[in-house]
Design a protein around this ligand. Structure first.
Ligand code: GLN
Length: 298
């Protein structure tokens, strides 16, 4: 496995300047070009490239937000507030949300859905809610030094016109309850959690095996189904057809992939395609998939 991981890294490392970095959050444009790949199976963790480099969680945090919200509420309550269907639109699209027949965001992995999910996390105050999210990250990443990237957090908070528009539209439609700015802040803060490729491989592994049974199995099943259908933005259908693995990407360039009962994969490279997915991230997962026949529909 280590030889394969090394080979995949070497096959792609010279393409790290292909594509563009996300720049709608200004500080994301400054992330250095980079490639890291980590695979965890039951015997070991295999890494290649810069797997210690810390980047921000971004949309990958939507997995954690959903897990915490599912543990806090009944499944019916969650899905009365947010749908289970892919939107077919970009992750931060506002267009369909304003249709008169829309009573909830399409799914928990688009921004509108994740902001709503953040509002369903229980706690007597902001600090308590954030703490719950951090505690789950500590357990999944198997480290207790979870930190935040303040520069990227502030950059997002100060430029989040579209996310604010989404949240206030949800509020205006009486879908979102609570203090809008506080809910948004919890969402931005989670997007700014610092992770590396090994953390992502641990997350994928956790979703595959539910190590220590810290989350109800049914909740993990829900998350993996949504990763398969909605995890790669409006590329999710094509990704499911071509690769067939529950995955989730984030605009900082991370992708987490879960191979049920087999392994977790974490890959990072900050340059993105037109849908917002890491170009080299997808290529590395594709190559691993072909080499190991991972597709869950095989
Ligand atoms: N923080 C980002 C945003 O809300 C996360 C989006 C993403 O990674 N796709 O726009």
């Amino acid at each position: 496995m280590q030889a394969l991981v090394n080979k995949i890294y070497l096959d792609h490392k010279d393409s790290i300047s292909e594509g563009d970095k996300a720049s709608y959050i200004p500080a994301l444009a400054n992330i250095p070009d980079n490639l890291g790949l980590a695979v965890r199976d039951h015997s070991s963790i295999y890494t290649a490239g810069d797997t210690t480099f810390r980047f921000t969680f971004q949309s990958l945090s939507k997995i954690i937000l959903l897990l915490v919200a599912l543990e806090d509420n009944s499944t019916d309550y969650i899905f009365n507030h947010v749908g289970m269907e892919s939107s077919g639109d970009s992750f931060n699209s506002i267009s369909k949300l304003d249709f008169t027949n829309i009573i909830k965001p399409y799914n928990p992995f688009i921004n509108a859905g994740a902001i709503l999910i953040a509002s369903l996390i229980k706690g007597s105050n902001y600090t308590e809610k954030l703490k719950k999210i951090m505690v789950l990250c500590e357990k999944i990443f198997e480290r207790n030094d979870i930190g935040f990237n303040d520069e990227i957090y502030l950059s997002e908070r100060n430029s989040a016109y579209r996310n604010r528009a989404l949240a206030y539209l949800l509020k205006e439609k009486d879908i979102l309850e609570g203090d809008v700015e506080e809910i948004l802040d919890l969402y931005f803060k989670c997007c700014s959690i610092e992770v590396n490729c090994v953390d992502l491989a641990n997350l994928g592994y956790f979703l595959s095996f539910n190590k220590n049974s810290i989350i109800k199995d049914n909740h993990l099943r829900i998350v993996k189904a949504l990763m398969l259908t909605c995890g790669m933005y409006d590329y999710s259908g094509e990704f499911a057809v071509k690769i067939g693995l529950p995955s989730k990407s984030g605009v900082s360039g991370g992708i987490v992939t879960c191979v049920p009962q087999r392994m977790g994969i974490g890959v990072f490279s900050p340059r993105l395609d037109s849908k917002g997915n890491s170009i080299l991230g997808i290529r590395c997962i594709e190559e691993l998939n072909v080499a190991l026949d991972l597709n869950i529909f095989r």
